[in-house]
Design a protein around this ligand. Structure first.
Ligand code: NDP
Length: 419
């Protein structure tokens, strides 16, 4: 009987775990482990009697390789799904290697302490070599390629929606719709309203770091970086309507540029309302988004972590969020000598997600693909030795599972394009 160890028990984990429990054939046994065990126990209690999956819980500080190794040795899972924070990616990968188990996550590594001199040295080198300055990139995890290959283990990186599903949309388009893809615009629209003046839809610290950073995109073999929020477009999203969207740096651009050299340009856009942008700018201007520790009342605090404590917990937004998300990829290229453009997207309704699992659509659209990627690795369908992103496997089984497990997709063959 296969066993999965899930590390983390926040908004995304709650969806991923509940979806695993709907899919008990693939996930007969799960251990939920996190820093705060009470959250794992509360979820296990919520699921008791509603699933055939046998659930156990544990406490772990996944910043410690030793503690994580000890947990894996005790639980003896076939794979570990990391839905804690990107800060823990490398420690959990190290622990998986030591214990000989497969690894899956939803977001690429970034350090908690961006002032760490050893990390900073490599970061400065990467900015100089590659030309984008986001705190997160794939280099740290791609460096594990040989170790996973030699151990005969699979590491599947970034199986959320974006990254994750969006990269599968690209490989699916390449397989079924194009001889050559020239441009990809990844569009992430959240048309939901939670009624708060300001809140983030997933972990505030990770979210605000991402959206306040300079934007960047890949064009003609190089990165082009732009000031944060300086490129704005309008798009009429099916089932959501017209929204302003802004060009951001995003991790799947890096993987697609590496694995699909034929693609001339890859951009990522996310929609933001006026209130969100005004609050974010103000918080940034007063220093609240800083990741550098400061002295306060005799102790060190990190401003963005303090801000996180003040903001609503994303997991609590479910009951009050109404509206829909629309996330997908507009792709142009050639098929049989003719120019072609398609938009593959999913629409997800916040309230429908809440009715099904008690979560809003951002956690839902991330947690479902986390379950799907894990299921494909554990069942051997997406199993090969090494470190991979979701664009490096056959997309068909993943696309079938999206339809089956709550994220149906649409292919529009005459979509609006992005200027
Ligand atoms: P939350 O903050 O809601 O949950 C994080 C969980 O990880 C909490 O249970 C937290 O424990 C636990 N955790 C944090 N540090 C440790 C540690 N050292 N050891 C063990 N457990 C720890 O985050 P989300 O659920 O919103 O996000 C989870 C992941 O999903 C993030 O990596 C995020 O970047 C990613 N994500 C990916 C997306 C995609 O589309 N690819 C989209 C959205 C998110 P505690 O309860 O004690 O705080």
């Amino acid at each position: 009987m296969k066993k999965l160890l899930v590390i983390g028990c926040g908004g995304v984990a709650s969806v991923a775990i509940q979806k695993c429990c709907q899919n008990s054939e693939t996930f007969p046994k799960i251990c939920i482990a996190s820093r705060t065990r009470a959250k794992c126990d509360a979820l296990a209690e919520k699921l008791a009697g509603k699933t055939k999956t046998k659930i156990t819980t544990a406490q772990v500080d996944a910043d410690s390789v030793g503690e994580t190794v000890e947990l894996i040795r005790r639980v003896k899972p076939d794979a570990v799904l990391n839905v804690a924070l990107p800060y823990q990616d490398l420690t959990i990968m190290d622990a998986c290697l030591k214990c000989g188990v497969d690894y899956i996550d939803t977001a690429n590594y970034e350090p908690e302490d961006t002032g760490d001199p050893a990390w900073r040295e490599q970061y400065e080198k990467r900015i100089a070599e590659k030309g984008f300055s986001a705190y997160f990139d794939y280099s740290w995890q791609w460096a594990y390629q040989k170790k996973f290959e030699e151990a005969g283990l699979t590491a599947l990186l970034g199986t959320g929606f974006d990254p994750g599903v969006t990269s599968v949309f690209v490989s699916y388009a390449k397989k079924h719709y194009f001889d050559r893809i020239d441009t990809v615009d990844i569009l992430d629209c959240n048309g939901g309203d939670h009624g708060y003046p300001f809140a983030t839809n997933f972990n505030p610290e990770i979210n605000l770091r991402e959206v306040s950073a300079p934007g960047s995109y890949w064009e003609d073999g190089r990165w082009i970086e732009i000031p944060a929020m300086s490129v704005k477009r309008k798009y009429d999203f099916p089932e959501v309507g017209k929204k302003d969207m802004y060009l951001l740096h995003h991790e799947e651009i890096e993987a697609l540029a590496e694995h699909y050299p034929e693609i001339r340009r890859v951009r990522f856009f996310m929609t933001f309302g006026k209130s969100y942008l005004t609050h974010m700018k103000c918080l940034e201007n007063v220093g609240m988004l800083s990741t550098e520790p400061i002295e306060f009342a005799g102790r060190k605090i990190v401003p963005i972590q303090f801000l996180k404590a003040l903001l609503p917990d994303p997991a609590s937004l479910g009951p009050r969020t109404v509206g829909k998300t629309n996330i997908g990829c507009v792709m142009s290229g050639m098929k049989d000598g003719k120019q072609k453009t398609i938009f593959i997207y999913n629409v997800c309704d916040h309230q429908a997600c809440y009715r099904e699992l008690g979560s809003q659509a951002i956690s839902y659209t991330t947690g479902v693909p986390a379950m799907i990627g894990t299921a494909l690795v554990m069942s051997g369908v997406w199993k090969k030795p090494g470190v991979f992103t979701t664009d490096e496997f056959d997309p068909d089984p993943y696309m079938d599972m999206l339809n089956r497990w709550g994220l149906p997709w649409v292919v529009d063959e005459s979509p609006e394009t992005v200027e």
